[in-house]
Write a protein that binds this ligand. Structure first.
Ligand SMILES: C[S@@+](CC[C@H](N)C(=O)[O-])C[C@H]1O[C@@H](n2cnc3c(N)ncnc32)[C@H](O)[C@@H]1O
Length: 231
């Protein structure tokens, strides 16, 4: 082989080598981009799915946090009470944390794990982690029998079913506070606030006996904003 042929041959081999290297680095870049994109999509799904899941359930109960006035109204109507409190569907934990600061031993039950972890972090940061507990649970699968104060910010579609559940589980000394949407057949003891911040208070003694006697709907509160003084 002549000197010239040798030179041409090594030039072609060099070109081939550089083409292979370029192809390799392109496919590596493709792999990295696919990995990053795929990872981001999985992460996005993991974060958003728990927020979107409630919309796909039979009863859609989305995360809508209570307003500051709503939280104040809940504490106002429970001001003469003490002991245990539960917020059913506790969201970011604002009612539970406010109640704990007020002296209640407060718990939250929430389907969305991100909101539960955030609530625990917030309770720790605000110094009420010892008097609060947050559970990742479906509200329809747990019993609220042990709680003497129950708070619910629900939606109208679930309230009739929740009436039956709470009437069968709670003790006669319990109080239930409904935020924004009242229970359909229970007669509220009193109400506080107005518009979207309205809360209704129900006495378990009354609604348990209504359940036993099969009493029907009455929407007018007996008293407006006059809480009882017993706990
Ligand atoms: C209207 S938000 C109320 C949040 C909180 N209680 C407040 O007042 O700020 C209702 C909450 O219930 C939660 N939720 C929906 N379905 C649930 C279920 N089956 N069990 C437990 N929590 C549920 C939602 O994720 C949402 O955070």
């Amino acid at each position: 082989m002549s000197q010239e042929e040798l030179f041409l041959d090594s030039g072609a081999a060099g070109q081939l080598q550089s083409d292979v290297t370029k192809k390799k680095s392109r496919s590596l870049l493709g792999l990295v981009v696919t990995g990053v994109l795929g990872g981001s999509l999985v992460a996005l799904y993991a974060v958003t799915a728990p927020f979107l899941a409630p919309a796909l359930r039979k009863v859609c109960l989305p995360f809508v946090p209570a307003t500051t006035t709503q939280v104040e109204n809940v504490l106002r109507v429970l001001r003469a009470r003490s002991g245990t409190l539960v917020d059913i569907g506790s969201g970011d934990g604002r009612i539970v944390i406010a109640a704990a600061k007020y002296g209640f031993k407060a718990s939250g039950f929430e389907l969305n794990p991100w909101l539960v972890w955030y609530s625990r972090y917030k309770a720790l940061r605000e110094g009420v982690h010892r008097s609060t507990s947050f559970h990742i649970s479906d509200l329809w699968k747990v019993s609220f029998a042990q709680y003497s104060n129950v708070v619910i910010f629900g939606v109208p579609q679930m309230m009739d079913q929740l009436e039956l559940k709470l009437a069968s589980e709670l003790s006669s000394s319990a109080k239930v506070v409904a935020c924004r949407f009242p229970f359909p057949t229970w007669v509220p003891e009193h109400t506080a606030g107005e518009g979207i911040d309205t809360v209704w208070v129900y006495d378990a003694k009354a609604f348990k006996s209504h359940l036993q006697h099969g009493m029907t709907r009455k929407t007018t509160p007996e008293h407006e904003d006059t809480p009882e003084s017993h706990t």
